[in-house]
Design a binder for this molecule. Structure first.
Ligand code: VG1
Ligand code: CO
Length: 554
């Protein structure tokens, strides 16, 4: 490793005046996410970053972690943020070669280096490139997404901002590891993959996984031309010695090769076809743009993310890091109750939080939970404070290596023991915000009158807009989604997405429980048909959206 410290770049603090504050810098479910074009507008990125540096505790004299998923705009943003960090008295920034840093690896670096936090440049599963999206995510000292209190304060700051501070200096090179200095601020360019792999090696038994997959258990991993490519290649083809070619689309591209880096059956169809139609692989997985999501497939078998969390929980002791058991678990509200049943069996607590990883932070920090997850292909544990795609893939492989069975066998065994939560999410993308808000508000108005009404062969037990009180800091977050809970345990939930950038996205979550001695082999869409039809009628979805079917069905 080169340890030469380059002479400090000359430069001076420049104060740049804004003619007016930007009104649209309210962070959504996961940071500020807008089109790449919006981020390229004069002072737009700078305004949000200024607000971060004014609000994040410990900036003056602190250490900051910085990197992104390699999408268009990544390197420009790193350059701007470095120069603004120097102007705000940050002592050291840790960034990565080519600016490549997955969200979970970034979370780990923050924790490992006692940083004040980090800035991760990604619009996650949204498409990239000049015509795609860009995003800025702020993480705190615990390595997790900034809590609401912090993002609200950052937003408020953008609303009154009149200037920002930046150093005028030439960009540093990100092409190799090394040390630099900007206006007295140290910049360490490190390999963004190494520390993460070291952490995985501490959690899992790589020898056992390697031996298992080498004995007639071929695996395929699709990085979707996004950030996990270099991580997965080193992990699977390097340490675990899977054949070259196991990792597909493994080089991060600034526009993700035109694909949508979202690991679901629609956007990761090539991989899904390999597993669901083809016969060459026993296991398949994919991650999203910034590496925090995962999709798990077996031969002829798709694992629903809610089920995945339940399976990891039920089999956690197969993994060395969790061999002594779990403190507790948590899931986001729209995630199915499959994990609740397992938690009850294990005698551990199961928390229900609003959508978004930031809500798991306090539970993880206080040691009340070890695992957590969301229906949106997110699973994670207390090893970092973000969801972690490759960690989940390794977790699955470790379980399969211990149980010596196929994915579909593991799923059937699970359902035979705990019963099955048939589950699906229907997304209606790019609908007009006005229509989406109307639909949502009119359903919300109807909710109080619905109790007792019959619904899809059962009756409505409870209907509300979900509100959450954090068990640790008692903060209250309301308006988190419309819930219709039935007496037979079924649930229908409606939410409007907080990560979309074009119009609005309506998400309809559907769930029906069948006991372990019931029919466990139905097609989920068939099993949920009654709920699908009823909610369409009640909320007028087809009529108001003008869409005959959802854009994405998971
Ligand atoms: C979506 C998911 C949510 C996830 C969020 C960020 O949010 O539903 O579960 O936490 O994306 O994931 P929304 O508001 O669009 O439903 V990621 O991979 O973008 O950091
Ligand atoms: Co993501």
């Amino acid at each position: 490793m080169s340890s030469s410290i380059f002479p400090s770049q000359p430069g001076e603090i420049k104060k740049v005046q804004l003619s007016a504050p930007f009104s649209d810098q309210k962070p959504g479910t996961s940071g500020l996410r807008k089109s790449s074009r919006r981020f390229e507008e004069l002072h737009y990125l700078e305004s949000f970053v200024e607000a971060i540096f004014q609000i994040l505790p410990g900036v003056n004299g602190g250490t900051l972690v910085l990197g992104g998923d390699g999408r268009y705009g990544n390197k420009r943003a790193i350059d701007v943020i470095l120069r603004m960090a120097a102007a705000h008295g940050v002592e050291k920034v840790i960034t990565t070669t080519d600016g490549i840093l997955s969200t979970p690896a970034g979370s780990h670096l923050i924790r490992q280096n006692n940083a004040i936090g980090g800035i991760i440049l990604s619009a996650s599963h949204n498409s990239g490139g000049p015509d795609g999206d860009f995003g800025v995510k702020v993480n705190g000292a615990n390595g997790g997404p900034a809590p609401e209190s912090l993002t609200n304060a950052i937003y408020a700051c953008t609303q009154t901002l009149s200037e920002y501070k930046i150093i005028d200096s030439a960009p540093i090179s990100l092409s190799s590891i090394g040390q630099h200095s900007i206006f007295g601020m140290r910049v360490e360019v490190i390999d963004g993959v190494e520390d993460y792999i070291d952490l995985m090696q501490k959690l899992f038994d790589f020898d056992r996984i390697s031996s298992f997959i080498s004995h007639n258990f071929p695996i395929a991993f699709d990085a979707l031309n996004a950030v996990t490519g270099p991580y997965a290649t080193r992990l699977f083809e390097g340490i675990l010695q899977a054949p070259v070619g196991t990792v597909r689309n493994g080089i991060p591209l600034s526009d993700f090769g035109g694909c949508h880096p979202d690991p679901n059956l629609t956007y990761a169809k090539e991989l899904a076809d390999l597993l669901l139609i083809g016969n060459s692989y026993a296991f398949g997985a994919a991650c999203d743009g910034d590496g925090d999501r995962n999709m798990i497939l077996g031969r002829g078998c798709f694992v629903n993310p809610s089920d995945s969390l339940a399976v990891l929980t039920a089999n956690a002791t197969c993994v060395p890091a969790y061999a002594t058991g779990l403190a507790g678990v948590a899931r986001s509200m729209p995630t199915s109750a499959a994990v609740d049943v397992v938690a009850q069996d294990l005698g551990i607590c199961c928390f229900e939080t609003p959508t978004g990883w930031k809500f798991f932070g306090n539970l993880l920090d206080s040691g009340q939970i070890t695992l957590c997850g969301e229906e949106s292909f997110g699973t994670g544990s207390d090893h970092v404070r973000e969801k972690d795609g490759l960690w989940a893939v390794l977790f699955w492989l470790q379980i399969l290596a211990e149980k010596k069975c196929s994915v579909s066998e593991l799923m059937s065994q699970h359902w035979r023991r705990f019963g099955r939560h048939y589950y699906s999410r229907h997304d209606y993308e790019s609908i007009s915000s006005e229509i989406a808000n109307d639909l949502y508000e009119s359903l919300e108005l109807k909710l109080p009158k619905l109790i007792g009404n019959s619904f899809a062969g059962s009756s409505i037990k409870h209907a509300d807009n979900f509100s959450y009180q954090d068990p640790v800091d008692s903060s209250i977050t309301d308006g988190q989604g419309l819930r219709i809970l039935l007496n037979d345990g079924s649930r229908v939930i409606l939410r409007l997405s907080g990560t979309g950038t074009k119009g609005a996205t309506l998400r309809v979550y559907l769930e029906r429980f069948v006991e372990s001695n019931g029919d466990l082999t139905q097609n989920p869409q068939q099993a949920l048909l009654g709920l699908i039809t009823e909610i369409d009628q009640l909320a007028n979805i087809t009529k108001l959206t003008g869409m005959a079917k959802p854009t994405v069905i998971t």
